[in-house]
Structure formats: C-alpha cells, structure tokens
Design a protein around this ligand. Structure first.
Ligand SMILES: Nc1ncnc2c1ncn2[C@@H]1O[C@H](COP(=O)(O)OP(=O)(O)OP(=O)(O)O)[C@@H](O)[C@H]1O
Ligand SMILES: [Mg+2]
Length: 262
C-alpha cells in the first residue's frame, strides 16, 4: 500500500522552554489504523495538530499525499485540509443547530465564506449527509438539536461530519475519552469499519492501552515528545509499556500476562 503520511524529524517548541515534539519520524500507509499512546503531556495532541497545521511545527517535514504540508500556501492548505477529517474529544458540535446541519458543516471547506454562512448546500451534499447519518445509525435523529443527543450519539455526528468531507485520513484526538465503555466500543467499531470499508487512514490518540492493542494495525508510543515505540500491537510488551508511560505508571496501566505480579 502507498504511503499517505510521512513525518521526518518533526519538532515543535512552545516558547523557549517546552519541547512538545522532538525528532518525530514515522510513515502511515493508506488505509492503516494507527494509535498514538503516551502519558499526559507527551505531545499526542500537538502531533495531530501539526499534521494539518492547526499548530505549525518548528522544524522537520510533513508529507501528506505527496505534498509538503509545511510549504503550502493558504489556498493549498484549505484544499489539503478538506481531505483530513478531525474528530474531537468534546465533539465540537454547534449545539443550537440540528444534527444534519452539523454534518453539513463538513462541507464548509469546499465553499466560499458567504455560501457557507448562508448555508447553501447542494441536493447532492444533503443526500450525502443523510447517507452518512444512516451509516452511523442516526437516521431518527436527523432533525434533532445536537445538544439533545448523548455523548456517543454526538461523537457519531462528529464522524458523519468528517466523512462528508470525503477524507483520505481521520485525525482523532481522544475520541472516546468522555464516553462510557459501551459508547466507546461503538465509536471504535465505527472507526475501524470506516477504515476497513472506505479505505480511510485513521490516526487516533488514545489513553486506553487495551483499546489501542485491540483495534490498531500499528501503535506509536510517545514519551516526552519522542517516539519510543513504533510497531505492531502483537509485539507490545509490558517493558515497552513501562518505557512509554514511565516506570511508575506501567504496572498500574497494563499487566502483560502477570510478569509484574507481586
Ligand atoms: N498551546 C500551547 N502553549 C504552550 N504549551 C503547550 C501548548 N499546547 C501544549 N503545550 C505543552 O506541550 C506539551 C505536549 O502537550 P500535548 O497537549 O500535545 O500533550 P498530550 O500528549 O496530548 O497530553 P494529554 O494526554 O493530556 O492530552 C505539554 O508540555 C503541554 O503543556
Ligand atoms: Mg492531548
């Protein structure tokens, strides 16, 4: 499979003192499902934000679909961002709008500011939005206000909104951190199915190691802004978990077959 995303020695400093990312390099293939794990403050959100330039990396190179992301001008960046969907922990829906209006917001990257403000969507765009709501099991909720939904339903709206962009990749920053285990499973199952059936690459920040192990083709472990693991979930060991999370946290988070007992 083709490489869709490549990071080469990416760094990000906030001000003088905080090095949020240092020398981060990895590749992601088309259709791959990759989880990024690591302790709080490791740089996971910064990493996702650098990829679509919500924040600008301080150094290094990022290639997405053969384009050098850090060199794009404003119009080129707008075009590239259409093909990268974002999923957020707190959903980022407009509460007073209906579910379908929120989903249609995924099309704003294709419009002029005025057309977007006036809510001028084509019949085809509306049909796409309805189709995505069906795929995500939200058809009964199409015209409800977004703030009347449960967290799991709101996150499904977030996914539908990302899908109407016709993305090549989804960047998901803690998509299940605010959900109970059942809703979390539903969301992870949808993301996995979407990746498998639509060929969409998924890059997801997770706090739950067990979820990352279960769903990912590959896991990237980040500690203090550096990649300390990049490999298959199958080869993940308890000592590697220690390395990613630091020795104190390792045993609390994950016991790989009982070696740590006693
Ligand atoms: N806008 C910002 N300004 C200054 N420092 C920042 C900013 N955003 C993040 N940082 C710092 O960069 C480092 C990495 O933060 P980041 O949010 O990427 O970590 P994270 O792995 O996503 O953490 P969490 O698991 O808690 O979400 C931290 O030290 C954080 O304090
Ligand atoms: Mg974060």
């Amino acid at each position: 499979m083709k490489t869709l995303l490549e990071l080469r020695q990416v760094s990000k400093h906030y001000g003088q003192e905080t090095a949020a990312l240092s020398d981060v390099s990895f590749n992601v293939k088309e259709g791959e499902f990759v989880s990024i794990i690591g302790p709080s403050g490791a740089g996971k959100s910064t990493l996702l934000r650098c990829i679509n330039r919500i924040v600008d990396a301080s150094g290094g190179e990022i290639f997405f679909n053969d384009e050098n992301v850090l060199k794009l001008d404003k119009a080129q960046l707008k075009r590239v961002r259409r093909t990268i969907g974002m999923i957020f922990q707190h959903y980022n829906l407009v509460n007073r709008l209906s579910v379908i209006e929120n989903v249609l917001h995924g099309r704003l990257g294709y419009k002029s500011t005025l057309a977007g403000m006036l809510g001028l969507y084509s019949e085809e765009e509306k049909q796409q939005a309805v189709k995505m709501l069906n795929i995500l099991g939200l058809q009964e909720h199409t015209y409800r206000r977004a703030d009347q939904l449960s967290g799991g339903q709101k996150q499904r709206v977030g996914i539908a909104r990302a899908l109407v962009q016709k993305p090549k990749m989804l960047l998901c920053d803690e998509p299940i951190a605010s959900l109970d285990p059942n809703a979390a499973k539903t969301i992870m199952d949808y993301l996995k199915t979407i990746s498998a059936t639509m060929g969409i690459t998924v890059l997801v920040n997770l706090h739950q190691v067990d979820v990352a192990l279960r769903y990912s083709d590959r896991i990237i472990g980040v500690n203090k802004g550096k990649v300390v693991y990049d490999g298959s979930p199958k080869e993940m060991s308890s000592s590697m978990i220690h390395k990613i999370y630091g020795s104190e946290a390792g045993e609390l988070i994950f016991d790989h077959g009982g070696q740590n007992a006693g």
